[in-house]
Design a protein around this ligand. Structure first.
Ligand code: GLN
Length: 196
């Protein structure tokens, strides 16, 4: 059985768990760092990255999250989670977890459109995916090993680098679970590789 964790310190946790369950895998709310050992992949949800970072430090999660990445387990950062994964943040000197070779800008879709929905073409996922953007970041630069999966208005809003998947929007807020299913497949592949 595949078990996928959702970092449950802050943000849209329950919706991701529901989406994972709809994809037929077990979803685990991760509240303590030891629980990371029990899962094959991890979703970093949307919310507020500064608040999430504060809680990561408070509950001593940072090294465990970096170890999770180091052993090759897949991680999927959505919105604030994308900010946590990025190696570089526009306007900041230090990243958070800093494992995915992308540069991310926060709150980059302007104040007047704090929140909007757009139908996106996402490579290998869907021709038209209902993406909900909430004070969303975007990917300003991507390293050579990063595969760009989707753009909105010429801005990169979804990308993959090996075990890491990230998107600007909230894929868990509608009943379309295809991006979650794409991540579930990444986790299944990584787990199969480690078993042989
Ligand atoms: N603007 C938030 C941040 O910078 C992210 C918004 C979201 O996750 N919906 O952390």
């Amino acid at each position: 059985m595949i078990r996928i964790g959702v970092l449950a310190l802050q943000g849209a946790v329950r919706e991701h768990m529901r989406s994972l369950e709809a994809c037929g895998v077990e979803a685990v709310a991760i509240k303590r760092k030891e629980e990371l050992n029990e899962v094959d992949g991890l979703i970093l949800p949307g919310g507020e990255s500064t608040a999430m970072r504060r809680l990561i430090d408070k509950y001593d999660f940072m090294d465990a999250l970096k170890d999770f990445a180091r052993v090759g387990k897949p991680m999927f950062g959505t919105c604030a989670g994308l900010i946590l994964l990025a190696k570089e943040l526009e306007g900041y000197s230090e990243p958070h977890i800093g494992v995915m070779d992308i540069k991310v800008e926060r709150n980059s879709f302007g104040r007047q459109v704090d929140s909007f929905e757009a139908d996106l073409a996402i490579k290998d996922v869907a021709d038209s995916f209902p993406a909900v953007f909430i004070r969303a970041p975007h990917i300003v630069e991507a390293g050579e090993n990063v595969e760009i999966l989707s753009k909105h208005n010429d801005r990169i809003v979804a990308a993959r680098e090996g075990q890491f998947l990230g998107c600007s929007f909230h894929p868990e807020l509608t009943d379309n679970h295809r991006l979650t299913a794409y991540f579930v497949d990444m986790v299944k592949e990584a787990k199969a590789k480690h078993l042989v």
